[in-house]
Write a protein that binds this ligand. Structure first.
Ligand code: AMP
Ligand code: MG
Length: 519
């Protein structure tokens, strides 16, 4: 284990690429560079609120033992070998080109080399202004920081690719936010998360260079990305092979989100990781009821561009932007377009494989596609609690036959009682499902084991987060600690104390279902 203060940090991004080394934090456009040097702005009193033991252990990072090390996590102290910077990137937001965005409140301190030899970027979110802060303050509030801290770790334990979170500190400063965007700003406690990933590069980093026609910088960034993060891709065709792998990882991520019921809420191209990680946790949510139209982001209304059921197609649209950005590196775009178009089939194949696991089929066959489609349609119409429905499905007694028995077996999962027609449809579907399960060549136990492995039993519901945050704001951390434990074993019954539907009171309460982008 090494300490945060004595570690020899690597700084390969800053030493490789052209950057703006002035240290000037004034908001501005920065053509010609991939980053700006930016030191964190100190806060009143960094206090450690949470620390991810397992992640720290994996990376070989010693828990802070003195105030100087907590000060690193709060941006009040920069270790001698760190070269802090904010990355310059652009993006398409809600379907429109937004130009230069960049890390407006995220500052990468340095790269931590773990005992395995793998390097991890250590990045503070909420550490103060950078040249990319535009008119904003560079800070983050406690509620959004708790959400990013817990959810990124929760996704990791759900086996969904994600950036990680090492620590959460409160700053002792107040931050002014208009939480509901209704002209009533109020002060809230400030906080900083240290997040960790092999890289935070986004589609938007490449879009930035393409839009500025900085083709040499673009080529250099693509070469560097491949060498560092896709080293198995070598040879003449490596750019195309790389695009294909980014496409495939993105498709896998979308399937994983659907599997666990995660809605990102702001799938702008600046929030799309080039490593296929879940990145930038904002107004995200798990679905409670299986509603394909659900968007957790109030800014996403009324269009619902980023709704649960649209994420796979938005990812395709985003990959299109990414393909356009790297197109200058190819001779002609015909093959690139062909590979982009292949997304639909690749996604479908991954989706069917995921449903095979979710439904406990021995092997998905062409004949199963109808069953899977009807499952999805029936759930979308009935809108039961997704997590509870699938947990009940695992133990469905295969000898149930009547409509009544079959439909009532799932009672615990309904938010509204099924209509007569819905009862008939669901019962018919379940009878078909039972027949199919009986045809499995594997044992029922093996099928159930796979279902348990792929259907989470504990999800970090928005209303639980909201309650934990309300408590923390009052200085009480017991629910927070319980959730921090529960996220670690989401496929077990360890946390059955939380095994219930979203309560009625939470349906309309702000922050329990939908959220604004204010953070
Ligand atoms: P997001 O919607 O969180 O992905 O952010 C979009 C852009 O706004 C990014 O460039 C962020 O860095 C920037 N941003 C968001 N909140 C702040 C803030 N409080 N201060 C500075 N920049 C911000
Ligand atoms: Mg973002």
């Amino acid at each position: 284990m090494e300490s945060l203060s004595s570690k020899q940090y690597k700084n390969e991004f800053v030493t490789t690429f052209p950057g703006d080394d002035t240290g000037d934090l004034k908001p501005r456009q920065t053509p010609g560079v991939l980053y700006s040097r930016a030191d964190p702005t100190p806060v009143a009193k960094p206090t450690l609120l949470a620390w991810s033991e397992e992640l720290a252990h994996e990376l070989g990072i010693q828990k802070p033992e003195n105030q100087q090390e907590v000060d690193i996590l709060g941006g009040n102290y920069v270790a001698p070998t760190m070269q802090p910077y904010a990355a310059c990137y652009a993006g398409h937001q809600f379907g429109n080109w937004a130009g230069q965005l960049g890390d407006g409140r995220a500052i990468t301190l340095g790269e931590w080399e773990a005992p395995t030899g793998k390097s991890w970027e250590l990045q503070l979110k909420g550490a103060g202004q950078t040249p990319y802060s535009r008119r904003a303050d560079g800070r983050a509030v406690l509620r959004s920081s708790v959400r990013e801290y817990l959810m990124s770790e929760a996704m990791h334990y759900l086996r969904v690719p994600t950036t990680r979170a090492l620590s959460l500190v409160t700053t002792g400063d107040q931050v002014l936010r208009d939480m509901f965007y209704n002209g009533n700003p109020a002060y809230e406690p400030g906080a900083i998360v240290m997040r960790v990933a092999p890289s935070f590069l986004r589609f938007g980093n490449y879009e930035m260079l393409a839009s500025r026609r900085e083709t040499d910088n673009l080529r250099q960034l693509v070469d560097w990305t491949i060498d560092r993060y896709y080293p198995h891709l070598q040879g003449e065709n490596r750019y195309m092979e790389w695009f294909k792998e980014v496409r495939d990882r993105t498709a896998s991520l979308m399937v994983d989100w659907l599997r666990v019921g995660f809605v990102h809420g702001v799938m702008n191209t600046d929030n799309m990781s080039v490593l296929g990680l879940t990145i930038d946790y904002g107004p995200y949510s798990f679905v409670d009821d299986y509603d394909l139209n659900f968007t957790p982001n109030t800014t996403d209304l009324p269009g619902r561009r980023y709704a649960f059921g649209k994420q796979a197609s938005v990812a395709y649209w985003n990959l299109g932007c990414f393909a356009s950005a790297i197109a200058p590196l190819f001779n002609g775009t015909e093959e690139l377009v062909k590979e982009l178009e292949a997304y639909a089939d690749i996604y479908s194949a991954k989706y069917l494989k995921m449903m095979e696991n979710k439904l406990g089929l021995d092997q998905v066959k062409t004949a199963d596609i109808g069953l899977i489609t009807r499952f999805d349609e029936t759930l979308a119409a009935l809108k039961p609690d997704m997590t509870i429905f699938y947990q009940l499905l695992i133990d469905l007694p295969l000898d149930l036959t009547s409509d009544e028995e079959l439909v009532d077996y799932f009672s615990e999962s309904y938010y509204t009682a099924p209509t007569k027609a819905q009862r008939t449809t669901l019962a018919g579907l379940l009878r078909e499902y039972i027949e199919r399960i009986k045809q499995n060549t594997c044992t029922r136990e093996e099928s159930q084991r796979r279902m348990r492995e792929h259907n989470p039993r504990f999800i970090l519901r928005n209303y639980l987060l909201s309650q934990a945050i309300e408590e923390l704001e009052k200085g009480e951390n017991s629910l927070f600690l319980k959730l921090q434990e529960a996220i670690k074993a989401p496929y077990s019954s360890n946390s059955d104390a939380f095994f219930s539907k979203r309560p009625d009171w939470a349906t309309s309460k702000a922050g329990c279902s939908m959220l604004s982008c204010s953070s």
